[in-house]
Design a protein around this ligand. Structure first.
Ligand SMILES: [Ca+2]
Ligand SMILES: [Ca+2]
Ligand SMILES: [Ca+2]
Length: 167
C-alpha cells in the first residue's frame, strides 16, 4: 500500500472523499487491507477474520476494549511503516503525520458511539458492518473491483449533489 492510499483511506473514513480518484483509491485500499488470498476481491470471511485480528492487535492490554491511546498507537505503527517508504522531505512527513493522527482521533470519536472513551467489540463490529456494506455495491457479500468502482461513482455523485444544494 502506498502512503497516498493510506491517506485516502483516512480521508474517506473522516467522510471527505474529495474526488473520484480518491474514492477509488480508498476503496482499493479497503480491499487490499484485508484481502488475505490477494486475489483482488474481499469476501466477508476474509474481512471478518482481518477485522478480528486487527481488533486483537489494537487492544494492546487485551481487556476487550480499545482506548483512544491504543487506537492511535496501532494506527501510528502502520503510518510510520508507510512514512518510512515515503520519499518526501521530513517536513512533508511531519505534516502528514500530524494530519493523520488528528483524523484518527476524530475517527475514534465517531466509532465510540456510547462516548465512554472506549471502543467495545459491538461498536467495532458496527462500523465494520457499515464500511463493508458501503463498499459492497451489489450486496452479494464480496467486494470486487466493480463494487469499488460503483461505490466511488456513487460517492462522487452524492458529493456533487450536496455541493449543488449548498450553493
Ligand atoms: Ca480475496
Ligand atoms: Ca484495551
Ligand atoms: Ca459485491
Amino acid at each position: 500500500m502506498t502512503l497516498r492510499i493510506i491517506l485516502a483511506t483516512g480521508l474517506l473514513a473522516a467522510g471527505a472523499a474529495a474526488t473520484p480518484a480518491f474514492a477509488q483509491h480508498a476503496g482499493n485500499a479497503f480491499v487490499a487491507a484485508y484481502d488475505a488470498d490477494k486475489n483482488g476481491s474481499l469476501t466477508r470471511t476474509e474481512y471478518d477474520a482481518g477485522r478480528d485480528a486487527r481488533f486483537k492487535a489494537t487492544d494492546a492490554d487485551g481487556d476487550g476494549t480499545i482506548t483512544e491511546a491504543e487506537y492511535v498507537a496501532e494506527y501510528s505503527d502502520r503510518l510510520e511503516r508507510e512514512l518510512a517508504s515515503f520519499d518526501r522531505g521530513e517536513e512533508k512527513k511531519a505534516e502528514a503525520r500530524q494530519r493523520q493522527i488528528r483524523q484518527t482521533r476524530v475517527r475514534f470519536g465517531v466509532i465510540d458511539t456510547s462516548k465512554d472513551g472506549k471502543i467495545d467489540r459491538a461498536e467495532y463490529d458496527a462500523i465494520a458492518e457499515r464500511s463493508f456494506a458501503e463498499q459492497d455495491a451489489d450486496k452479494d457479500g464480496t467486494i470486487t473491483a466493480a463494487d469499488v468502482a460503483a461505490t466511488a461513482a456513487r460517492r462522487t455523485a452524492q458529493r456533487e449533489q450536496r455541493e449543488k444544494s449548498e450553493q
